[in-house]
Design a protein around this ligand. Structure first.
Ligand code: PLP
Ligand code: COI
Length: 356
């Protein structure tokens, strides 16, 4: 069946929960909207996409995703503009990355146009759930998992693609404290670090917990081989500002998630004439810049966290404090501009907003 023939059916929920939400107290990712999307893959094709009331899903205890981890996801956000229109930030980029993850995990691709239409239609149906408050948005979580009921190990022949929606506020409520990791590894060359594969996140929990026990929010991952080069931080890409230049680890190797927020920040900063370098970033040069005061700023970039300025960087037994937030002129400007662009308060000259 051609994609154009795949119409998304809709079963409306009978009792909307939207009026029972405590909008002033939204923990990240715990409140879900009235509807979800479900589409199934079997016999080599996607079939029967449907939007239905939010509900539990039945699963076979031998379902291969829970045994062998063929499971990938995406994260993107929808925003409400002052004129009431809704937009999603760069959904085609998520669709492309989702399919790159799918290929790496031996899973079927979801045609880009279908992925975007599934997102668009679900957000349109739950449009009254998109928060209308600065710093708030509707988090969109597309995901796919293997459903064969078989404990033998091979790529599954059946899958479910789903989308959930969750109104959210800020992921971090304060500037973040991070620690450069010099033992544990998030991703090795040749592994699955570039994919948004569920197992990457499971594997990060234990090392992150060690850091959290020492009052850090997150780790800064380094390369698996020598722990000499910076990769990314928790669920964010990382950007440093040293001597007026934005410097970030390049994505050439397959160990770093190709972040859409970071890409947007670099494109925006370049358009303002700011020097940008994507290259190998050594731990040594970061520590040197922290010591000699040339580190003007460091921040994480990610959909959930948006632009999260870093307050403290720990390395081995040392802790370095970064400049005061009011002196972070560039990252403050980028954050303000991006936040405003997403809700139509400044012109979207890049065409990043996709209207629902
Ligand atoms: N790196 C990791 C490991 C992530 O989970 C995320 C979040 O999606 C990012 C980076 C940032 O990517 P994006 O800006 O596309 O959300
Ligand atoms: C996102 O920013 O979409 C993420 O992946 C973070 C999520 C794991 C909470």
């Amino acid at each position: 069946m051609a994609i154009s023939e795949l119409t998304i059916s809709v079963e409306q929920c009978k009792d909307s929960a939207v009026n029972r939400v405590d909008w002033d107290n939204l923990p990240f990712g715990r409140v879900f909207t009235d509807h979800m999307l479900l589409m199934e893959y079997a016999d080599g094709r996607w079939e029967n996409p449907k939007i239905m009331p939010f509900q539990d899903i039945p699963m076979h205890p031998a379902m291969s995703a829970i045994h062998y981890g063929q499971s990938i996801f995406e994260g993107l956000k929808a925003y409400k503009h002052e004129d009431g229109r809704l937009s999603v930030f760069r959904p085609n980029m998520n669709a492309k990355r989702f399919n790159e993850s799918a290929i790496r995990m031996c899973m079927p691709e979801v045609p880009e146009a279908l992925f975007v239409e599934c997102v668009r239609k679900l957000v349109a149906i739950d449009s009254n759930w998109v928060p209308n408050k600065p710093g708030y948005s509707l988090y969109i979580r597309p995901f796919m998992f293997a459903t064969d009921a078989w404990v033998g190990i091979k790529p599954s022949e059946t899958y479910k693609f789903m989308i959930l929606l969750s109104p959210v506020g800020n992921y971090y409520s304060e500037p973040v404290r991070v620690k450069i990791e010099s033992y544990y590894t998030r991703a090795a060359q040749g592994g699955v670090g570039r994919a948004k594969a569920a197992g990457n996140y499971g594997a990060s929990l234990y090392p992150a917990k060690q850091a959290q026990d020492h009052n850090f929010h997150q780790l800064v991952w380094t390369d698996a081989k020598e722990h000499k080069y910076i990769e990314e931080s928790g669920t964010m890409n990382i950007v440093f500002q040293i001597n007026d230049t934005l410097i970030t680890p390049s994505e050439e190797q397959d160990t770093i998630l190709r972040g859409i927020t970071k890409r947007s920040i670099l494109e925006l900063a370049s358009s303002w004439g700011i020097a940008v370098e994507e290259r190998k970033v050594s731990v040594e040069e970061v520590i040197q810049a922290l010591r000699d005061g040339t580190m003007q700023d460091a921040f994480g970039a990610g959909t959930a966290a948006t632009l999260a300025q870093i307050d403290i960087i720990g390395y081995k037994d040392e802790v370095f404090k970064l400049p005061a937030m009011e002196n972070r002129t560039l990252s403050n400007r980028i954050k303000e501009h991006l936040d405003a662009l997403k809700i139509g308060k400044v012109e979207d000259t890049f065409g990043w907003n996709f209207f629902v």
